[in-house]
Design a binder for this molecule. Sequence first.
Ligand code: ZN
Length: 242
Amino acid sequence: MVYLVLADVHGNLPALEAVLAAAARFDEIWCLGDLVGYGAEPDECVELLRQYRHVAVAGNHDWAALGRLDLDDFNPIARISAVWTGKRLTPATRAYLEALPLQLVVGPYTIVHGSVRHPLWEYIDSAAAAWDNMQGQSTPFCLVGHTHVPAVYTEQSEKRTREFLVQGGSVSFALGQGRAVLNPGSVGQPRDGDWRAAFALLDTEKATWTVHRVEYPVEQAQERILRAGLPAQNAFRLAFGR
Ligand code: ZN
């Protein structure tokens, strides 16, 4: 099976459309949370995802839009965006997001937004954080989002992990026998200095994890954010991948 692994779409419909077109052949989508928040088209993104066979978990921005999190824990721009999103969600989108679990296990893969320890909040952004997470994994592989930076962490020895920050075009990794934490990067708001939408293809027969980048009409996403009256920063940052 080939799985299209997506994270942090953040209501960016042009980016999601470009990723779906570029991925082309896959059997199912695995979505690692934060479908909404920041972007201007949360309902449209959820509706598009729902046209595909998929599984998904909730992210902190999904919960914030639902009013399930204390917005004082968010920075001002994220808070304004969450309030805007919460008011805009259709009943169907709201019901869909409310039903998302925090964590899923599919065979040897755990699917979560942040980490196994703190599904909504922990950023796995270092080998040390990945190591800690691995100790709590009930499966060899853990797929995470939340940092908006593509990364691969593999088990190296009893006390260490190896870290690969994935940059550039298509980069493929062979999944070995040890544990791994895998982050596909962000579809709708990359933060690694590369503005292109990021996604991964997981081929379970070949045991490979391949991260891809794809260009999308970023000015379209920016224009829709500005027209919606969302914070201008949400639009400007997309051009820089920050
Ligand atoms: Zn996010």
